[in-house]
Design a protein around this ligand. Structure first.
Ligand code: ADP
Ligand code: MG
Length: 248
């Protein structure tokens, strides 16, 4: 039977009077690319924040590889092998790409400067290899602030890969990217899933992207789980169509 790497059960999270997530239940199968869609403000990023321990949840259960993690914080969960990227890129714009890659390891929770110094050569080699993987090898010595926004997103993705996650949560990876770069990014995400064996959970606004990428999709609306299923099924679900048209 397929194994779930993430299991979210009846999770709720409010901010003051705002019920950002209400009774959310979902699962991510090991090895899959799972999608999360829904109109702006429906609670997608909040759900990611809850899963990776960015804030405590009000009620419910979150399991990673069968272990309850809802009481753990970001660093502990990162050490277990689950990381997220953000809607806004978080790179050091005054540093070059290789340095950004290296610093993402030195800042990894649980890493220390002695370990970092002793593994410096290996880390640099890995940085260059992964920059090649995302198609940025020729830009490796450029200041990252000079890259296009789409290239910065690819760099951020490569930085996450530096930490060898088992599961990577990506928050709107294609948002703001030049359409000509989107197919390249989709391809990199698929290769990370197939070749590096990383389970991906992707919040995505662009329906075409998520339909191509994900094997299973969850749709949120107003903080609640509205529907889930295979892309073909969701695409034709009137509730999903309504939520999308209503939300834009
Ligand atoms: P999405 O990612 O689907 O656009 P969010 O999860 O960012 O939605 O937001 C869901 C709701 O929770 C929104 O009403 C938003 O304003 C609110 N919210 C999210 N984070 C916070 C926060 N840290 N403090 C207060 N309200 C928040
Ligand atoms: Mg969001």
């Amino acid at each position: 039977m397929a194994q779930n790497v993430i299991e979210v059960k009846k999770v709720s999270k409010s901010f003051g009077g705002v019920k950002a997530n209400v009774d959310i239940t979902m699962a991510v199968r090991k090895g899959s690319i799972t999608g999360i869609i829904g109109p702006n403000g429906c609670g997608k990023s909040t759900l990611f924040n809850s899963i990776v321990g960015y804030h405590p949840i009000d009620t419910g259960s979150i399991k990673f590889e069968g272990q309850e993690i809802s009481h753990l914080r970001v660093g502990d969960i990162a050490r277990l092998g689950m990381l997220r990227t953000f809607q806004q890129t978080r790179i050091y714009t005054k540093m070059d790409c290789v340095d950004n890659m290296q610093i993402s390891v030195s800042q990894r929770p649980g890493s220390n400067s002695t370990m970092f110094a002793s593994r410096k050569g290996e880390i640099r080699e890995r940085a260059e290899h992964l920059l090649e993987f995302v198609g940025l090898y020729s830009k490796r010595n450029l200041i990252s602030g000079d890259l296009s926004f789409g290239q910065q997103k690819l760099l951020e993705f490569a930085m996450a890969l530096m930490n060898e996650p088992k599961v990577l949560l990506l928050d709107e990876p294609t948002a703001g990217i030049n359409p000509t770069l989107i197919n390249g990014l989709i391809n990199r995400l698929q290769r990370a899933n197939e070749e590096l064996g990383i389970t991906l959970c992707v919040i995505e606004h662009n329906m075409r992207v998520i339909m191509n990428l994900a094997s299973h999709i969850y749709c949120l609306s107003n903080g609640k789980m509205l529907a889930d299923g295979k892309p073909e099924k969701l695409q034709n679900d009137p509730r999903v169509v309504d939520a999308y048209l209503g939300g834009h």
